[in-house]
Ligand binder design. Structure first.
Ligand code: AQP
Length: 343
């Protein structure tokens, strides 16, 4: 089976964008691929963060994965920091990463500009090297990536090729390796169309955990009345009827797309159903569809969280399975890079 890895950061609460853009797609991927889904806690500390919240958010994110339908009989679910090989490989990869590659990363430029120099840790710059190690450790074939992560995956691919070139091939064979590449070069898996969810208060920016206003996003665990209220107050326009793909109506396109994804209808069905509706008629329909979709997830989430041991057991087993693969890659890399290994 081909292998797929993916993860979400335990920063803030998981929202509809994280769900529709990532976690929901995993449910299909786990039937087709060998999948590893992790909670990327080491990535969550690249900007100033609340240390008192990290472990709680990590547990909650894991519980959300399971509540959304990630099935631990098919996928390995674990916490990134529970598998130390991620950090070890990152150090080894750092030595092969030209600093110019990292300086070019758009996300680094944007986030560091916003945060200001005093708040930017070195980890924000080297974050893509950790991401490369998350992927390369598992010899992944595919990585689901949204637009914002494309550049980082490209860096991962270049880094894999560079390490294969520097330490693989003939050199690698001479050192006792089995020949061939050290790392598999992963391919992007582009998520289904319409999976980029935009803010409820501005149809041109993406729904995000770090946006200051909670009104801009639907959190997966929002109670019914909060969902209803957010939809009631969300940004709309004054055109008549509702339509997809009109560049002058980003909010309309976004809300129809959300409705399509949570109702399970096709784009044509939604376009037909909503073309003559006004906002007053559509908003309750969207609210009900959201509540119907999220309610079972919220019920399962409560069940999972009410049995603390269950989650601990799942995460321990996930980390054990992941470490088996990760450690074998890591040992190969140490060997290829010429380290004296302990006997
Ligand atoms: N609005 C979105 N629409 C579709 N997919 C989204 N993702 C995030 N926002 C949207 C996807 O969720 C996954 C996990 O994201 P992450 O936790 O690594 O952080 P992020 O991409 O930076 O997400 P946020 O929530 O928007 O955080 P901030 O506010 O920190 O930027 C990824 O697969 C991502 O594509």
């Amino acid at each position: 089976k081909k292998r797929v890895v993916s993860g979400v950061q335990p920063t803030g609460s998981i929202h509809l964008g994280n769900y529709l853009g990532a976690i929901k797609n995993w449910i299909e991927l786990q039937n087709q691929y060998d999948t590893l889904f992790f909670i990327v806690d080491l990535h969550a500390i690249t900007l100033l963060y609340d240390a008192q919240q990290l472990s709680k958010a990590t547990k909650e994110t894991a519980a959300i994965y399971l509540a959304c339908g990630v099935d631990v009989s098919k996928a390995s679910v674990f916490v990134q920091s529970h598998v130390p090989a991620h950090v070890e490989l990152m150090w080894l990869l750092s030595s092969a990463t030209p600093i110019g590659w990292l300086n070019k990363m758009i996300q680094f430029k944007e986030k560091s500009r916003k945060a200001g120099d005093e708040n930017v840790g070195v980890a924000l710059l080297t974050y893509p090297v950790l991401m490369a190690s998350d992927i390369l450790l598992y010899q992944s074939d595919f990585v689901p990536v949204g637009d914002d992560q494309k550049q980082h995956l490209e860096l991962t691919r270049e880094l894999a090729e560079r390490v294969n070139y520097l330490y693989g091939g003939r050199k690698w064979k001479k050192l006792g390796g089995r020949g061939g590449a050290i790392f598999k070069v992963p391919e992007p898996l582009i998520p289904p169309a319409g999976a980029r969810v935009m803010s409820l208060t501005d149809g041109l920016s993406k729904m995000s955990k770090s946006a200051p206003s909670d009104q801009s996003r639907i959190n997966l665990l929002d109670p019914k009345d909060v969902i209803a209220n957010k939809i009631k107050r969300c940004k709309t326009d004054s055109f008549s009827g509702l339509e997809f793909d009109n560049p002058e109506r980003p909010e309309c396109n976004n809300l129809l797309s959300v409705y399509q994804l949570v109702s399970g209808k096709t784009k044509q069905e939604v376009a037909e159903e909503c073309k003559d509706m006004n906002w007053g008629a559509f908003k309750p329909v969207l609210t009900d569809a959201l509540i119907d979709h999220l309610h079972p997830i919220q019920v399962r989430y409560e069940e999972i969280m009410s049995d603390a041991n269950y989650l601990d057991t799942v995460l321990a087993e996930g980390a054990r399975r992941a470490a088996e693969i990760a450690d074998s890659t890591l040992q190969n890399v140490y060997q290829a890079m010429g380290f004296l290994r302990q006997r």
